[in-house]
Design a protein around this ligand. Sequence first.
Ligand code: ATP
Length: 303
Amino acid sequence: MIEVRGLRKRFGAVEALAGIDLHVPAGTLFGLLGPDGAGKTTTLRCLAGVLAPDGGQVRVAGQDPVSPGARRRLGYVTQPPGLYGDLTVQENIVFFGRVYGLEPGVLRERIREVLDFTGLGPFAGRLADHLSGGMRQKLALACALVHEPDVLLLDEPTTGVDPLARRDFWTLLDRLRARGVAAVVSTPYQDEARRCDRLAFLWRGRLLAEGAPEEVRQLAPPGVLRLTGAPLAALRQVAAGCPSVRVAYADARGVTALGDDPERMRIEIEEGLGRAGLSAAVAPATAVLEDALIALTVAGEGA
Ligand SMILES: Nc1ncnc2c1ncn2[C@@H]1O[C@H](COP(=O)(O)OP(=O)(O)OP(=O)(O)O)[C@@H](O)[C@H]1O
């Protein structure tokens, strides 16, 4: 459904995309990951045909994304979502339906269907500005689905949405996948990344990894140690200063140290903690997706 070869885009001195290849078959949830400025939005804009690439080839359903044929098959949820706050839920959907030139009878049927699908039926008369964050995102999805696209592009569709509403939203994406829709979705959330069939990890406009979530997770280095104790900043500093540690980062799990030789890492970290007068439990851990992404970023920086 989506084929991208050697996609390049430059903004002045910034190389936003430095030659990206993507392949997204029908019925696939494809996750775009990467830190701020990695090139996720630029990729989605090129796929949507709203931004002209400087080089490479993009095909959506076999066509150039700017062609009318491709546009009819594409739905795009932008970030922030392009909704009219002073129009009701239903009026927003009607607006998008008319943009796509749906006949009144078809539009009526489609409105009923997308309201049903997203569960927004009871809120059809509510102003978009008066919706919760999760409901606004569902409305953005409803608007993007009104013309029954088989390719869906979503730019961080659940950012700032509470965890329950995020789960709800992803249930809708699962149902679209089951109907054969190809969806490319950028997300900052690891739990959402794990729900995708395939992932691409972008960093400074380059594709550092691509594969099923489990394949990407396995790109983590063999040494993964988690330190639990306090204060986290001091523990991280000790771990990061050890020669065998490639990178150390702190999050809700504590401090994670990544490297190639877990035994050497453990010895060096425990010695470092002793010298600093700190105490922490240092235990080997199973890598999570984030460990792989952080190790890839550090390797990218050194490249
Ligand atoms: N219209 C523009 N003009 C100039 N620079 C741009 C423009 N759009 C994007 N960039 C730059 O291109 C790079 C990639 O930006 P992009 O928005 O695609 O990243 P992103 O991964 O979506 O990050 P974020 O999550 O912060 O939106 C960044 O360095 C950004 O500053």
